[in-house]
Design a protein around this ligand. Structure first.
Ligand SMILES: Nc1ncnc2c1ncn2[C@@H]1O[C@H](COP(=O)(O)OP(=O)(O)O)[C@@H](O)[C@H]1O
Ligand SMILES: NC(=O)c1ccc[n+]([C@@H]2O[C@H](COP(=O)(O)O)[C@@H](O)[C@H]2O)c1
Ligand SMILES: [Mg+2]
Length: 234
């Protein structure tokens, strides 16, 4: 089974931190970071506001990102080997790919490929505070956060919601450990449900939908706590 997880959401929500923890615990798990697909600086447009427009989809080579996802889909084993991920031969034939980034759900060719879409958020003040401590390859000029980063975040999130993209919102104010355990458990449960196939009454409200769009919680019926793999590294 091939299973693609999106760890998306706002800048400084904790996406990369969470992804790195998940990678250590999920077997046969590869990652693609959206940040690796930023175009070179001289190809980033300058807006009427005078800011380089880093936080728009056009600043990313999304075609290249999609091709990388397709390479994994064609052969997860080959992809894993090429990226130094050890494949467990005795494990179930489940391969996981994590896509991590701030604009994961706004590029149409990718949006339906996810088995599960997570979306990390923190309040404006916390986001601005964390961002002020970050050093990107190209440092933020004064005023970028309020003049470009935050308005673009809001714009893309509104669009995502208007398009009905279903995401599991995560509270980025929770501790790193709490977030890690919440998402790891949710992925395990979701995988178990996918393996089992549709529930007898699938097609009605008992499907795996109710959790989407809500702040937390997993429907009781899905709270299975058995490990998928004997060798799960928690
Ligand atoms: N759950 C958390 N609680 C507090 N700080 C966090 C948490 N997760 C990440 N951080 C910190 O926030 C900053 C941004 O985290 P990072 O994972 O790089 O976010 P993103 O990839 O979403 O931009 C880093 O300084 C990181 O240590
Ligand atoms: N990686 C780079 O080359 C680069 C350059 C300038 C800005 N950024 C910033 O990276 C952010 C996305 O990454 P995070 O979600 O990890 O913060 C965007 O908000 C963007 O402004 C990245
Ligand atoms: Mg990051």
């Amino acid at each position: 089974m091939k299973y693609i997880v999106g760890i998306g959401g706002m800048t400084n929500g904790g996406k990369t931190t969470l992804t790195n923890s998940l990678l250590k615990s999920l077997p046969n798990c590869c990652v693609i970071h959206q940040d690796d697909f930023f175009k070179p600086q001289d190809q980033i447009a300058v807006g009427e506001d005078g800011f380089k427009q880093w936080d728009v989809l056009e600043s990313l080579d999304m075609e290249a990102m999609l091709s990388t996802v397709q390479a994994w889909t064609i052969s997860p084993r080959k992809f894993a080997r090429a990226h130094g991920v050890s494949v467990q031969l005795d494990a179930s034939d489940t391969h996981i790919l994590i896509l991590e980034g701030f604009l994961l759900y706004s590029y149409k060719p990718l949006v339906d490929l996810y088995s599960r879409r997570y979306f990390l958020t923190v309040p404006y003040e916390e986001c601005k505070r964390r961002r002020s401590t970050r050093r990107y390859m190209v440092p933020d000029p004064p005023g970028l956060f309020d003049g470009h980063v935050w308005p673009m975040y809001q714009k893309y999130k509104r669009k995502m919601e208007a398009n009905g993209v279903e995401v599991v919102y995560l509270d980025g104010m929770k501790s790193r450990e709490e977030l890690f355990h919440q998402v790891l458990e949710d992925i395990q449960n979701s995988l178990l449900n996918e393996r089992r196939g549709p529930a007898p009454n699938a097609g009605t409200q008992t499907q795996f939908r109710p959790q989407y769009g809500q702040a937390g919680g997993i429907p009781a019926r899905h709270c299975v706590t058995i490990s998928l793999w004997g060798s799960l590294y928690i």
